[in-house]
Write a protein that binds this ligand. Structure first.
Ligand code: GAR
Length: 181
């Protein structure tokens, strides 16, 4: 099984889905966060998964993450609601070994507020994408997508909830396939 490290910033529901989906393909050996108060960190620690928080400046945080990820033997990094931009240097050191989940059907709606933008555009479907992380934001190769309908009366919150459920099944499946490549 391939050792995976997960970076989170908050709730960590995708991280939980990745932990639940671990098995023959991959195992989660470290959960790290830029936010010491991330709810997901406490959950991971309760499961007995090693955790790390670093609230400092980007260079120091990334150096700490890099060292801990290497110490843990991590081969693939999964971003799961990690809301910081990684430096080009960090991405280069982990080239083609960082994946991310993004709440839109890329290449549509890179960046933030994806659900409000999909609704404002009158889209009839929305969804999520798992993609390789490159220096260009949300622009790396798409590894998998899941689609959900936009329903009459949807708000960004109701649409986010529907997309999030799709994220939770998509991400573990795509990560398992990716680590077997
Ligand atoms: C998820 O919807 C994820 O796709 C999104 O943040 C949420 C995190 O929720 N990520 C991004 O917007 C990345 N730019 P979670 O912490 O419960 O997994």
């Amino acid at each position: 099984t391939v050792p995976v490290g997960i970076l989170i910033s908050g709730r960590g529901s995708n991280m939980q889905a990745l932990v639940a989906g671990a098995g023959d393909a991959y195992r989660v050996v470290l959960v790290a966060s830029d936010n010491p108060d991330a709810a997901g960190l406490a959950w991971a620690a309760e499961q007995g998964i090693p955790t790390l928080a670093h609230a400092g400046k980007r260079a120091e945080r990334e150096a700490a993450f890099d060292a801990a990820l290497r110490d843990a033997g991590v081969e693939v990094i999964a971003l799961a609601g990690y809301m910081r931009i990684l430096s080009p240097g960090f991405i280069a050191r982990w080239r083609d070994r960082i994946v991310n989940i993004h709440p839109s059907l890329l290449p549509k709606y890179k960046g933030l507020d994806t659900h409000a933008r999909a609704l404002a555009a009158g889209d009839v479907e929305a969804g999520c994408s798992v993609h390789l992380v490159t220096e260009e934001l949300d622009a790396g190769t798409v590894l998998g997508q899941a689609r959900v309908p936009v329903l009459a009366g949807d708000t960004p919150e109701t649409l986010a909830e529907r997309v999030l459920a799709a994220e939770h099944s998509l991400y573990p499946a795509v990560l398992a396939e990716f680590v077997r490549r």
